[in-house]
Design a protein around this ligand. Structure first.
Ligand SMILES: *Cc1c(COP(=O)(O)O)cnc(C)c1O
Length: 364
């Protein structure tokens, strides 16, 4: 076992997710691209590549990583490209998706050799969290105005519409896609491809994959388009834990176990979205699990164990892949978790570890 802290990716679970993705592609005819902003741990791309069509990105570096490490079909999106990025971006991409009509005006001619698209904002979404809601008031994410979309039509072959957020409710997806068909159908039927973005939780337990496949097929048939999905979280959900060890146990009126990790440095979204970590909940012995930084609220959450915790005990924190490894940082100089893989034969190997030189090298 590698030293803690480390992220541990389980290849058998990852393959089970990938088999669902591949089934959906086959049954629906839609293509699936991994959204690198959610998960970019390229050591496991060799497994994922056989089940997905390629990657989509939100910046030049993600785009380059997708091109270099995943290959296959590479979509390039960015909220705003800079003048010095565009030529390099076009060199890596099969498709480039501009966020606004003004970016299309500015850079469209540079992308003449590859497929070009525009982000369409339908002005509704399934996100209830303002911070992550692309349909929030005055959202800058994509064009919403029919007249402005019309102006782009002779220059684009498709649109990207990202409006779902961890949506595990097929009927809600179905209703909202119908709304898109009704409001934007005249535009969609003039295109070759439509990406429906990410946020559909179709690898979740009990999700009606067959109904989703039929719905996507009907959508493509009706408008004569190739549909794309851009699953981030759905691709890697449930595959990864953050493995930590107990360093100290103190009584503050509560039993608090301090571990060799930190929410802010290693699971930042817990703080941003005010969620508790997924911790063990079986047994009579209750502890608050807290991080080792000097941030007062560096708390993973409440946990229960069958026996009293001891210094040195190992704790696994679930769901540590999506929006987690891509956000790790050096706050408080806490040792950065290594990255380990549990292969399908049960063997664990460390694929990357970080040390003082990485910390020092992240600043100057
Ligand atoms: C974030 C994002 C995704 C991935 O979303 P998940 O919820 O992780 O599936 C896909 N496409 C776009 C445009 C995004 O912004």
């Amino acid at each position: 076992m590698p030293q803690t802290p480390h992220y541990l990716i389980d290849m058998a679970t990852l393959r089970a997710n990938m088999e669902k993705v591949a089934w959906l592609r086959e049954a629906s005819g839609a293509k699936a691209l991994l959204a690198l902003k959610c998960f970019a741990t390229w050591s496991v791309f060799d497994l994922m590549r056989d089940y997905m069509d390629g990657t989509t990105s939100s910046s030049l570096y993600e785009l380059r990583l997708g091109h270099e490490k995943f290959g296959r079909e590479t979509h390039a999106y960015s909220v705003a490209w800079a003048d010095h990025e565009i030529d390099e971006a076009v060199g890596y991409a099969d498709k480039i998706i501009f966020n606004s009509l003004s970016q299309l005006d500015r850079f469209g001619p540079k992308a003449a050799g590859i497929a070009t698209g525009l982000r369409l904002n339908p002005r509704f979404s399934t996100s209830h969290f303002d911070l992550a809601d692309p349909a929030r008031p005055f959202s800058r994410l994509g064009e919403a105005d029919l007249n402005r979309l019309e102006q782009a039509l002779d220059r684009i072959s498709g649109v990207m519409i990202h409006y779902n957020c961890e949506n595990g409710d097929f009927d809600l997806f179905d209703r909202q896609l119908t709304r898109i068909e009704t409001e934007f159908g005249a535009i969609l039927s003039r295109l070759d491809w439509v990406s429906l973005g990410g946020g559909i939780h179709f690898t979740g337990e009990g999700y009606p994959l067959d109904r989703l496949a039929d719905r996507l097929k009907a959508f493509q048939d009706r408008f004569g388009v190739q549909a794309f999905l851009e699953p981030g979280e759905a691709s890697i959900t449930g595959t990864t834990t953050l493995e930590v060890s107990v360093l100290d146990i103190i009584d503050t009126g509560k039993q608090v176990a301090i571990v060799d990790s930190s929410t802010e440095a290693h699971m930042l979204d817990l703080l941003i979205y005010r969620e508790d970590a997924k911790l063990p909940q079986a047994g009579d012995h209750a502890y608050q699990i807290a991080g080792k930084t000097c941030l007062a609220g560096d708390i993973f959450g409440e946990a229960r164990f069958p026996a009293p915790l001891q210094i040195g005990d190992r704790i696994s924190i679930a769901d540590a892949a999506g929006y987690t490894m891509v956000k790790k940082n050096w706050f408080n100089g806490v040792a950065m978790p290594a990255i380990a893989i549990r292969d399908e034969d049960g063997q664990i190997r460390t694929v990357r570890s970080f040390g003082y030189d990485d910390y020092k090298g992240s600043l100057s």
